[in-house]
Design a protein around this ligand. Structure first.
Ligand code: SF4
Ligand code: ZN
Length: 310
């Protein structure tokens, strides 16, 4: 297979795009495409300050790399979850984020949940009813809360995450199976700033996972290969595997599924937006972030409960 642009040997063949590229042209193609998506969905401009949520994985580090290559003002934020039981997952992912930032002379903010609040994610999961044995609900809540806090406190215009097409298609698949209209309406490449919540964007949402893996490997980014140990057996992995089977017989199926959804939503074919107008939000008396109850927000309640029990 030859590169479409230079006829040298291709390093990657993307069946769904009927496109094969050599290493050099692939490393140009991905940032070019990303720039197109940023413009198409009006994610941010070159004047704005971007905060990239990095986990040490291939997607978020690649995103940071691409944005910097494209000349955007992008700093990183790493959230230490304290998940270090078996494979030193948090420790190693933090090391790789710090290494990446140091090598490229980029600014990385590090927030350690345990240092900040006295409780790691596994400890919080134990004392919370949200856990049901797995810390993912607690972890998701803490990530949303802390990323928003850092973006807001440090005056960033937008928070960017490295979700790829496989992630987005799996979430969409799960939400479609239960027709979770509230979640479906919030899913998209851009979530505008609202009621004290920072604007959130996903510039990689149209790239397949394997395209991001290829980008990270070909550009020599060192990233953590292991998944979080708690990801094993999760629903989202099962949905990804199911969609992969579909993709094998119908190349492009994931992309069609996701883009078709975005189109239908935009044209208003799917849902009536007014049904999900958010209720009145209050400021949490403790952290100042928006919450639907007049009391502490769910994150602050969770921390308080855990610290009382400790
Ligand atoms: Fe957090 Fe790990 Fe669950 Fe992901 S899999 S939500 S990182 S605990
Ligand atoms: Zn709060």
């Amino acid at each position: 297979m030859k590169c479409r642009k230079c006829q040298n040997k291709a390093s990657i063949h993307m069946r769904q795009h009927k496109l094969a590229l050599c290493k050099e042209h692939y490393l140009e193609w991905i940032p070019e495409q990303t720039e197109k998506f940023i413009k198409k969905y009006q994610m941010f401009t070159h004047e704005e300050n971007i905060l990239v949520a990095v986990s040490g994985g291939k997607d978020s580090l690649s995103l940071w790399d691409i944005l910097v290559r494209l000349g955007y003002k992008a700093d990183g934020v790493y959230l230490g979850l304290g998940i270090d039981e078996d494979i030193n997952y948090s420790h190693e992912s933090q090391r790789l984020c710090e290494k990446f930032a140091a090598e490229k002379n980029l600014k990385l903010h590090v927030v350690d949940i345990e240092k900040e609040y006295g409780q790691s994610i596994p400890m919080l999961a134990q004392s919370s009813h949200r856990g049901y044995g797995k810390p993912c609900a607690v972890c998701g809540l803490a990530k949303r809360h802390e990323m928003n806090r850092v973006a807001r406190d440090l005056g960033y215009d937008v928070l960017a995450t490295g979700h790829n097409l496989d992630d987005e298609a799996a979430v969409l698949f799960g939400n479609t199976l239960s027709w979770a209209s509230e979640f479906l309406l919030r899913q998209g490449p851009v979530l505008p700033e609202k009621n004290g919540l920072a604007r959130k964007v996903k510039p990689l949402c149209r790239f397949y996972e394997r395209e991001m893996t290829a980008y990270a490997l070909l550009s020599g980014i060192e990233y953590i290969y292991e998944e979080c140990p708690f990801a094993e057996g999760s629903k989202s992995i099962f949905y990804k595997e199911t969609l992969n089977q579909l993709e094998t017989v119908r190349p492009g199926a994931k992309l069609i599924f996701y883009l078709g959804f975005l189109e239908a939503r935009k044209s208003g074919e799917l849902f009536i937006e007014k049904n999900v107008e958010a209720g009145v939000l209050h400021d949490c008396p403790k952290c100042g972030q928006p919450t639907s109850t007049p009391d502490f927000c769910s994150f602050c309640r969770m921390i308080e409960k855990a610290n009382v029990e400790a």
